[in-house]
Design a protein around this ligand. Structure first.
Ligand SMILES: NC(=O)c1ccc[n+]([C@@H]2O[C@H](COP(=O)([O-])OP(=O)(O)OC[C@H]3O[C@@H](n4cnc5c(N)ncnc54)[C@H](O)[C@@H]3O)[C@@H](O)[C@H]2O)c1
Length: 458
């Protein structure tokens, strides 16, 4: 087996930053980086804020939004009375509460709304909110079905208001760092991206607690159903809506969308051109009609800025190995792993391509070896592959708080909208089309520019 020249750790770091488009000190090892991009602090004018859907995420989001100075929570809409009670416990008696989100949209003191309802309400409320002249922070996935994205894009254009999707990854420092490293050529030519989510718990698999007083009197079931098929009151479907296609987007729309968002932000790609998925309901057979194991394969096209590459996404809700989640960019010269931190690992190819000559006559072997020594005199030197160098993001940074600061900066200071409806559809579209591929058992094409899906073979 041939060996090539090995790389010292110092060389590795030098090359990691070689050709970087930003300052050459851009790789920071094992320490926090104080001068990372901060969301603009900007003006602190009052923004009247309202939450539509104060469930698990809506509560966390509202708290995060209120960390930005000058934001005032005016109103909350929710369909379970216990959450309206909780709104006043958490945010004060003055907060107006209602089951009817239209009453929130009609209020002149509301400038911006958070939509953190079940997925099947995202598009209808977003379109109405924009038409009512409100700025919108809409939780991911932006849409339940890809076609709906175009309605939001249209409504956004007409409104002139700010619209931001609540996939917080583009507001994380680690994603900015990864973007910078990838652009600097730190991993050579990108050819593959590998990402996954693994969990092994009931909460992780969306078996949320049903409140003790849940009943048709405390839950507005009819309003919840909205455009979904009519059926009798069912608290499991209301409080665990993610497990049902009628209200949610399954594991692809719910989880893959975070990975598409991060990937598109880091690479600048508009999206894949081919989508295939498979999986099954393997463990959580509690009446749900979405899979708990899912794998997706995606072809990303060559562009003037990026080579063609492949993406594989995996999700497992009954993973006894429980590997957490990961996002890895694999290139010809190394690998970038992106989580809270960013790790750059290199395993350089030897320049000496080696010889496979054992089965040839001895004299010929000698000749080959002599030629090889002349061509690659450095062969045989000691080699040190890099096990990886880690850049740690400052721990005090909360991604959702940063995401809201970006949202309010777009409203107050006209800062660029970082996840507008077009970005939102380019992330949610391939995610929900993965569901079509899974349920229909066929591959799909996706046009990442026009944002249109079509089954292959039709
Ligand atoms: N960005 C993230 O990291 C992240 C994390 C978790 C959830 N989410 C997203 O947040 C959204 C909410 O998820 P959740 O876990 O908080 O769900 P949840 O069930 O805990 O809360 C949803 C709330 O919306 C309310 N609701 C539903 N339809 C409504 C309507 N028409 N009008 C008013 N209220 C309505 C329900 O009463 C419920 O209280 C989902 O779209 C989810 O994908 C995002």
């Amino acid at each position: 087996m041939a060996t090539g020249p090995k790389t010292s750790r110092r060389d590795f770091l030098k090359r990691a930053t070689a050709g970087t488009v930003v300052a050459s000190s851009s790789v920071h090892l094992l320490k926090a980086e104080p001068e990372e991009p901060q969301p603009p602090s900007g003006s602190t004018d009052r923004v009247g804020f309202a939450t539509i859907g104060l469930g698990i995420q809506g509560t966390g989001d509202t708290r995060a939004a209120l960390k930005t100075p000058g934001i005032e929570l005016v109103a909350v809409a929710d369909l379970y009375d216990g959450r309206l009670t909780r709104a006043k416990e958490l945010f004060g008696e003055k907060v107006f509460t209602t089951r009817d989100y239209k009453e929130v949209l009609a209020r002149p003191d509301v400038d911006a709304v958070l939509i953190a309802t079940s997925d099947h309400w995202h598009m209808p409320i977003a379109v109405e909110a924009l038409a009512a002249g409100k700025h919108v922070y809409c939780e991911k996935p932006m849409v339940q079905f890809w076609e709906e994205g175009h309605k939001i894009i249209e409504a956004h254009k007409k409104s002139g208001k700010v619209f931001q999707v609540g996939s917080q990854r583009p507001s994380t420092i680690s994603h900015h760092k990864a973007k910078e490293l990838l652009a600097s050529g730190a991993i050579g030519e990108l050819n593959m991206v590998d990402a996954w989510f693994s969990r092994n718990s009931a909460m992780g698999a969306w078996q949320y607690t049903v409140p003790k007083d849940a009943s048709p009197a405390t839950v507005d079931w009819t309003r919840f159903l909205g455009r979904a098929p009519k059926r009798p009151y069912d608290p499991i479907r209301f409080f665990r809506w993610r497990n049902y296609q009628d209200y949610g987007t399954g594991v692809a729309g719910d989880m893959f969308v975070h990975l598409f968002t991060g990937l598109h932000f880091i690479t600048g790609s508009l999206g894949p051109t081919r989508i295939m998925s498979t999986g099954g309901l393997r463990f959580w057979k509690d009446g749900r009609d979405v899979p708990d194991v899912m794998l997706g394969l995606f072809d990303y096209p060559r562009t003037d800025k990026l080579p063609a590459f492949n993406l594989s996404l995996r999700l497992n809700f009954a993973d006894g190995g429980d590997n957490g989640s990961g996002l890895r960019f694999i290139g010809s010269d190394g690998m970038l792993s992106v989580g809270n931190d960013v790790t750059l690992a290199k395993n350089p190819r030897p320049r000496d391509p080696g010889l496979s000559i054992e089965s040839y006559p001895k004299a010929m072997q000698e000749e080959f070896r002599r030629e090889q020594r002349e061509r690659y005199p450095e062969s045989g030197e000691e080699m040190l592959a890099s096990g990886g160098e880690t850049w740690r993001a400052p721990r005090e940074q909360d991604a959702t708080e940063r995401h809201f600061r970006n949202f309010f900066a777009s409203i107050r200071d006209k800062a660029p909208q970082i996840e507008d409806p077009t970005f939102g559809l380019r992330a949610a579209g391939p995610a929900v089309v993965s569901n079509l591929s899974y349920f229909e058992g066929r591959a799909y094409t996706w046009d990442p520019v026009a944002m249109q899906a079509r089954p292959i073979g039709c």
